[in-house]
Design a protein around this ligand. Structure first.
Ligand code: HMG
Ligand code: MG
Length: 358
């Protein structure tokens, strides 16, 4: 049996917005985060500390972070905010904001460990089981400790790629150089009580190199976990993943000793396979998934990449499987409609649109 709870990591404010060409006002980004924080979603990737020339849209992430620290969204749950960064310079810029915030003085106490997931009945992905126990995600945090501030938790996300070409395009360095950068970065983050999640991009296919050897992904995941990552987010950057390839990758990760509870899956929906791959992952025992409200998203250095799986679609599917995600589908649907309208895009979430039309 596997744990029955499913964590959703909302990456809309970061992955969802980073690829937009017209500048989105910082107030809109903050409003997006504030609204998402009131839906029952308890983990939000809110911005990134990357080079502003590489990703101009994320340049105001320091203002977004300051705002969250100063006037936290009113939420009944403690919200975990994740901040994406590629190197020590990014960490330094991030710490600058954290440490100059009046509400985040030096000398934090070490927070108590977060509760671990309870074991429970497995989700039934193969048939409708009216007796299936609802699962719940509220308050779940698989990371060991978090830097906490006024009910908020703050975590660091780092990212690298499973192929040399993608690594070079996205972060201007080789796979080995990424790992070398992360070792001190990870040590520093952990020293200061920030848990670290680590993305592995193009894990199910690369726009430059095609098919990717799952053993390469497993090797990188092993290095990252040994270095101290709290979670690896295994990313299908361009939605090339298929059900058999997802199954094979997860099997390979398992054989390499990577535990399901240390994995999140990050599906982009370019070929419309994200939910199918999610089902395969659920069957395998994965219980953490990244998604973006409105189906927004895409990596600027990945030609043809489109949005992440829409949060609305993911939540809807999980509910049909008997999971109580703790997420208010109606409200997330309204937010998806609002934010896509704000940035002049069509809402690409089927479940979101159908929910609003009910
Ligand atoms: P580089 O040009 O090789 O950097 O870029 P460098 O180390 O040679 O430094 C050059 C200058 O940049 C220096 O300044 C540094 O201080 C500065 P100078 O001395 O010339 O004045 N610099 C920085 N400034 C601000 N923030 C930083 C930073 N680092 C150096 N963090 C770099 C290398 C990694 C910085 C660049 O390639 C970069 O920023 N890449 C980010 C690309 C990106 O954000 N992509 C999208 C996010 S990843 C994604 O979407 C995938 C994901 O969703 C999963 C999936 O779906 O696959 C996570
Ligand atoms: Mg992504």
């Amino acid at each position: 049996a596997c744990a029955d709870q499913v964590r959703i990591i909302e990456v809309g404010p970061r992955d969802g917005l980073q690829n937009e060409k017209t500048s989105i006002p910082v107030e809109t980004k903050i409003e997006l985060i504030n609204r998402l924080a009131r839906t029952g979603l308890n983990t939000i990737e809110a911005g990134s500390f990357v080079h502003p020339k590489w990703v101009p849209q994320m340049a105001a992430s320091d203002q977004v972070l300051s705002s969250i620290l100063k006037s936290p969204p009113s939420s009944q749950l403690p919200i975990t905010y994740q901040w994406l960064l590629p190197n020590s310079k990014g960490l330094e810029n991030y710490f600058k904001v954290m440490n100059t915030s009046p509400s985040a003085p030096d000398g934090y106490p070490t927070p108590p460990p977060s509760p671990k997931m309870d074991d429970g009945p497995a989700l039934n992905t193969s048939s409708q089981d009216p007796n299936a126990m609802p699962a719940t995600t509220s308050g779940v945090d698989s990371m060991s400790t978090s830097r906490t501030e006024g009910g908020q938790r703050h975590e660091v996300s780092i990212f690298m790629a499973a192929t040399e070409s993608f690594s070079k395009k996205n972060t201007n360095c080789s796979i080995q150089e990424s790992l070398d950068r992360f070792r001190p970065l990870m040590a520093e983050s952990r020293k200061q009580n920030y848990p670290v999640r680590a993305y592995i991009s193009v894990a199910l296919g690369c726009p430059f190199e095609g098919a990717v050897d799952p053993h390469k992904v497993a090797e990188i995941a092993t290095d990252l976990m040994e270095m101290g990552a709290d979670e690896v987010s295994v990313a299908d950057t361009t939605g090339m993943g298929t059900a058999p390839a997802t199954r094979k990758l997860l099997q390979t990760l398992k054989e390499a000793g990577i535990r399901n509870e240390d994995i999140a899956m990050h599906f982009h929906d370019t070929f419309g396979q994200a939910l199918i791959n999610t089902m395969v992952s659920l069957d395998h025992g994965i219980r953490a998934f990244d998604s973006a409200v409105g189906g927004l998203g895409g990596c600027p250095y990945s030609p043809g990449a489109t949005g992440n799986v829409a949060t609305e679609d993911l939540v809807y599917s999980l509910h049909t499987l008997g999971a109580d995600t703790g997420v208010d589908l109606d409200e997330v649907s309204r937010i998806g409609d609002w934010i896509t309208g704000q940035i002049g895009k069509s809402n690409s979430s089927s479940a979101g649109k159908a929910t609003l039309a009910r």
